[in-house]
Write a protein that binds this ligand. Structure first.
Ligand code: SER
Length: 340
C-alpha cells in the first residue's frame, strides 16, 4: 500500500511553523504534513497536504503517522520556549527532549522503511549559551559555536542536549549493533531572537523586541521587561526560514559541523525602541525591567559568530536592521492591524 510522501512539520501552529509552511507552499516542491497540539488555522491548513492535531509525546500517534505517510524530511519545531519553560521545567524537559527523541526515532524508522536518509532540521537557539555575567558577556562579544555552552535555562539545556542527541543519531547510533547507520541526517541552526511581522511569539525571553513593535503598531503603550542597554542578536523571520531551507538543500559534504550559529543584527533594546518610536510616532515605550527575565537575557551573547554557516552553506541574511524595519516589519504590521 503506497504511503503519501510528505515533509513533516511539528509545531506547525507556532511562529516558525506558520512562516515555514507558507514558504514551503510557495516552493511547491513538497507536500506538507502539519502537526501541532493546537489545531492549525485555516490559512496554514489550506497550504498543507494533511494536518494532524496531537502531542509529540504520543508515540502511538507518531506510529500512526508513519503508517499513513512516507516522511522524507522532518522540521521539528515544537518546543516550550525559555520563559514558559521556567514555570514548568520538568514538563519542558519532557516536551523539548523526549519529544525530540520521539521524532528522531520516527526519522530512523522512516529512513529504514524507505531506504533513504531522512533530513532532520532542528531550530536550536542562542539560549544554549550561558555567559557568566554582564562584564563577561561584553568581553565575549561574538560567541562561536564551541564557546560558553553552559546554559542557565531549562530551554537552553534542552536545546543543547538535543543538539547532542541529533549528533548521536546522525553519527553514532547503536554503534555496537550489526545494523549500520541510522539514516538520520541531522542539521541544526542556533537561531537568535526571531521577529515576524505576521505573528507574535509566546513564551520566549527575546519576545520584548517583537512585542514592542506589535504593540506600537496597535497604538498600545509597551513596558519593556529588559533594560535599555540589553543587547542580543535578532533576525527577521524570512531570513530564519530561508536559512533552514538552505541548510536543508546543501550537500552533506559541504557541512563541517551539524550545528551552526546564524545572526543578522543586534540592536540594544533602547535602540530598538528608538526605531519603533520613529516608525510609529507618539507611541509610548517605557522600560520596566523584570530582574529574572533580565538575568536570562544577560546570560545570552550580545552577538554570534556565524562565519561557519557563511562559509559552509553561504548563509547571508537578506534583511539588516534597517531593511527589516522599513521593508518587512513596518509595512506588513501596519497593514495587518489596519485590516482589523
Ligand atoms: N526566542 C527564544 C526564547 O526567547 C530563544 O530561542 O525563548
Amino acid at each position: 500500500m503506497a504511503r503519501k510522501p510528505v515533509v513533516l512539520v511539528t509545531g506547525a501552529s507556532g511562529e516558525m511553523g506558520h512562516s515555514l509552511i507558507h514558504h514551503l507552499a510557495e516552493r511547491g516542491t513538497f507536500d506538507v504534513l502539519a502537526f501541532d497540539l493546537r489545531p492549525m488555522d485555516t490559512e496554514v491548513a489550506r497550504r498543507c497536504a494533511a494536518t494532524r492535531v496531537g502531542d509529540v509525546l504520543d508515540r502511538y500517534l507518531l506510529d500512526r503517522l508513519m503508517s499513513e505517510f512516507e516522511i522524507s524530511v522532518v522540521f521539528h519545531l515544537a518546543a516550550l520556549l525559555s520563559t514558559r519553560a521556567e514555570f514548568v521545567p520538568e514538563t519542558a524537559h519532557e516536551v523539548n527532549v523526549q519529544g525530540t527523541l520521539n521524532l528522531l526515532r520516527l526519522a530512523v524508522e522512516e529512513a529504514r522503511s524507505h531506504g533513504r536518509p531522512v533530513k532532520f532540521l532542528f531550530p536550536s537557539s542562542i539560549a544554549v549559551y550561558g555567559l557568566p555575567d554582564l562584564p563577561g558577556k561584553r568581553k565575549a562579544g561574538k560567541v562561536a559555536e564551541p564557546e560558553w555552552t553552559a546554559p542557565v535555562t531549562m530551554y537552553g539545556c534542552n536545546k543543547l542536549y538535543c543538539e547532542h542527541l541529533g549528533r548521536y543519531f546522525a553519527r553514532h547510533y547503536r554503534q555496537l549493533a550489526a545494523q549500520g547507520a541510522s539514516g538520520v541526517d541531522f542539521r541544526a541552526i542556533r537561531f537568535p531572537g526571531l521577529i515576524s511581522a505576521f505573528t507574535v511569539p509566546s513564551g520566549g525571553t527575546s519576545d520584548y523586541a517583537p512585542e514592542m513593535i506589535h504593540a506600537a503598531a496597535q497604538r498600545r503603550p509597551y513596558a519593556c521587561f529588559v533594560r535599555e542597554d540589553t543587547r542580543i542578536p535578532f533576525m527577521a523571520m524570512p531570513d530564519a526560514i530561508e536559512a533552514l531551507l538552505t541548510l536543508m538543500d546543501v550537500r552533506a559534504e559541504s557541512l563541517t559541523t551539524l550545528v551552526y550559529n546564524a545572526g543578522a543584527f543586534n540592536p540594544s533594546a533602547g535602540e530598538l525602541a528608538e526605531m519603533v518610536r520613529a516608525a510609529f510616532p507618539g507611541e509610548r515605550i517605557t522600560f520596566a525591567p523584570d530582574a529574572r527575565r533580565q538575568a536570562i537575557v544577560d546570560s545570552w551573547p550580545e552577538d554570534v559568530d556565524d562565519a561557519r554557516a557563511r562559509r559552509d552553506w553561504g548563509f547571508r541574511p537578506a534583511y539588516d536592521l534597517d531593511r527589516t524595519f522599513n521593508e518587512y516589519l513596518v509595512p506588513n504590521i501596519t497593514r495587518r492591524y489596519a485590516a482589523r
